[in-house]
Design a protein around this ligand. Structure first.
Ligand SMILES: C[S@@+](CC[C@H](N)C(=O)[O-])C[C@H]1O[C@@H](n2cnc3c(N)ncnc32)[C@H](O)[C@@H]1O
Length: 427
C-alpha cells in the first residue's frame, strides 16, 4: 500500500498500488491487496495502478483506478466526458479499445461457463467463443435511454453504486436522435425518470414516470402513444414502455442468428418462451410454414403480441408466466424451443419442464452470462449438451453482453457419432 490514509482499519478513501489481473463479471478487474480481492474499476488487465478504495466488505474491497502507473496498450481516451471514477455509472469500459472490450467480454463468458456452468476449460475452448460486433460502432447505438432525475429536476445518470444523479448534456452511446432531442437541457420537476425512445423514421417518444421502472404513473409527454418498429420486413407496434432490444441492430441480428442455429424445418412445432411482441415467433413462423405451429408465452400485455402476430395463423399467444404455463402442461408437443428470459435467467423448474418436453433443440438468448451459466449447468445435468455458443456486443462500452446458446440432447450427439463410427466401419 502506498499513500493511503489510516482509517483505523477502514480502508475506504485509501489509495493502494495494485497489479491489475483478469477482468471479472460486472465491469471491473481483479487485483489483490494483503490477500484480499479488490474489484478495480477504470483499469485494464495488465496495468499497474493507484486505486482509491470506494467500499470495504467482508473479504473484498472495491476501488477506482485514479492513476495509471503502467498503461495497457488497450487503453484509450474515453469518448464520453462523463466516464471515469466518481462520474456517470452507466458505461464500464469507455477507457478501453472496443475490440479489446469484446475480448474482455469473451473472457467473462468463458469464466462464467467454467465457474458456474461446470464446463471444463477444454469444453469452453471447443466453443471457439468470440463476441461479435454489431453494426453501428461503439457509440450511438442505444435506441432507448432512461434518465434519472435529480431533486432540482435535471436529468442524468446515477453515479456507480449510488443514488446520486450526475446531470449530463447528452449520452454518447444513445442514437443521434436521442442526443439531439430537447430533453437534457430542460428541467423535469416532479418525476423520477424520463425515458426517450427513437426509432428510425418515427417521431421521438418521451415518457415520464413517477417511480423508477414502474408503469404506474407512466405518461407519454411527446411522440406517439404506441411505438412502431420495422424489422426484417415486418412492422411491430407496442406500448412505448414494452420490452424491445436496446441496440438498434440487435433484433435483426438475433432473429437471423436464431434461424442459423435452429435450422427450423417445414411443419415443426415451436415454443417461443418470454416472447415479447413476437419477434422470434414471426421469424420462426415464416420458416416452419403454415403446416407448423409457434406458441409464444409472454406475461406482459403491453407487447401486444396478439395484434402483432394476427396475420400468422400458425402463431398462437399464451398470456401468462412461463413457469406457470409450463407447469400446467398447456403447450402440447414441441420440436424446437426458444427462450429469452429476463436477466435472472430461466431457473431449474423451467429448464426441467423444457427438458421433459424433449424438443430436438433449444435456443437460449441470455443477457447475463452468469445466469446463463447456471442454466447451462441445469441443462447439462438433464442430458443436454451446449452445442454452440454465440455472443454479441449488443451493449458496447458497458460490461453487458448478449449470448445465444444452442442446446441439443446429448444422446443425439452420441447417435451422430455412433452413425459416423458405423459408416466408417461400413467403408
Ligand atoms: C428479454 S425480453 C425478450 C422478448 C423477446 N424475445 C424479444 O426479443 O423482443 C423478456 C420478456 O419476457 C417477459 N417476461 C418476464 N418474465 C416473464 C415470465 N415469468 N413469464 C413470461 N414472460 C415473462 C418480459 O415481459 C419480456 O417481454
Amino acid at each position: 500500500m502506498s499513500g493511503g490514509s489510516d482509517h483505523g482499519g477502514d480502508l475506504v478513501g485509501s489509495v493502494l498500488e495494485l497489479e491489475v489481473g483478469e477482468v471479472a463479471h460486472g465491469g471491473h478487474c481483479i487485483a489483490r491487496h494483503d490477500g484480499q480481492v479488490v474489484f478495480v474499476r477504470h483499469a485494464v488487465p495488465g496495468e499497474r495502478v493507484r486505486a482509491q478504495v470506494t467500499e470495504q466488505r467482508r473479504g473484498y474491497l472495491r476501488a477506482d483506478a485514479v492513476e495509471i502507473l503502467r498503461v495497457s496498450p488497450d487503453r484509450v481516451t474515453p469518448p464520453c466526458p462523463y466516464a471515469g471514477p466518481g462520474r456517470c455509472g452507466g458505461c464500464d469500459f469507455q477507457h478501453v479499445d472496443p475490440a479489446a472490450i469484446r475480448r474482455l467480454k469473451a473472457t467473462v463468458v468463458a469464466e462464467s461457463l467454467i465457474r458456474l456452468g461446470g464446463l471444463s476449460a477444454e469444453e469452453v475452448a471447443a466453443l471457439n467463443l468470440v463476441v461479435e460486433e454489431l453494426p453501428g460502432g461503439a457509440v450511438q447505438w442505444r435506441e432507448r435511454v432512461q434518465y434519472a432525475v435529480d431533486p432540482a429536476g435535471r436529468v442524468g445518470f446515477r453515479r456507480y453504486r449510488s443514488h446520486e444523479v450526475i446531470p449530463i448534456d447528452r449520452c454518447r452511446i444513445a442514437v443521434p436522435e436521442i442526443q439531439q432531442a430537447d430533453v437534457t437541457s430542460r428541467r423535469w420537476p416532479g418525476v423520477s425518470t424520463v425515458e426517450v425512445i427513437a426509432v428510425p423514421g418515427e417521431p421521438v417518444t418521451v415518457l415520464t414516470r413517477q417511480r423508477r421502472h414502474s408503469s404506474r404513473g407512466m405518461k407519454v409527454v411527446r411522440g406517439a402513444r404506441r411505438v412502431r418498429r420495422s424489422v426484417l420486413g415486418r412492422e411491430w407496434t407496442m406500448a412505448p414502455d414494452a420490452f424491445w432490444q436496446a441496440h438498434r441492430a440487435a433484433a435483426e441480428r438475433y432473429a437471423t442468428a436464431l434461424l442459423e442455429l435452429l435450422k427450423p424445418r417445414i411443419g415443426e412445432r415451436v415454443w417461443d418462451l418470454y416472447g415479447g411482441a413476437g419477434l422470434f415467433t414471426a421469424t420462426l413462423a415464416d420458416a416452419i410454414g403454415p403446416t407448423g405451429a409457434v406458441t409464444l408465452v409472454e406475461v406482459d400485455p403491453r407487447t401486444e403480441a396478439e395484434r402483432n402476430l394476427a396475420d400468422l395463423p400458425q402463431a398462437r399467444v399464451v398470456r401468462g408466466r412461463v413457469e406457470r404455463v409450463l407447469a400446467a402442461g398447456e403447450l402440447g408437443p414441441v420440436d424446437l424451443v426458444v427462450l429469452d428470459p429476463p436477466r435472472a435467467g430461466a431457473g431449474a423448474d423451467v429448464v426441467a419442464a423444457i427438458s421433459a418436453a424433449a424438443p430436438r433443440a433449444v435456443a437460449y438468448l441470455a443477457c447475463d452470462p452468469a445466469a446463463l451459466a447456471r442454466d447451462v449447468k441445469e441443462f447439462r445435468q438433464r442430458g443436454w449438451r451446449l452445442a454452440t455458443l454465440r455472443a454479441f456486443d449488443a451493449f458496447p462500452m458497458t460490461h453487458h453482453v448478449e449470448c445465444l446458446a444452442l442446446f441439443e440432447p446429448r444422446d443425439s450427439a452420441e447417435r451422430h457419432h455412433g452413425a459416423d463410427r458405423a459408416s466408417i466401419r461400413d467403408d
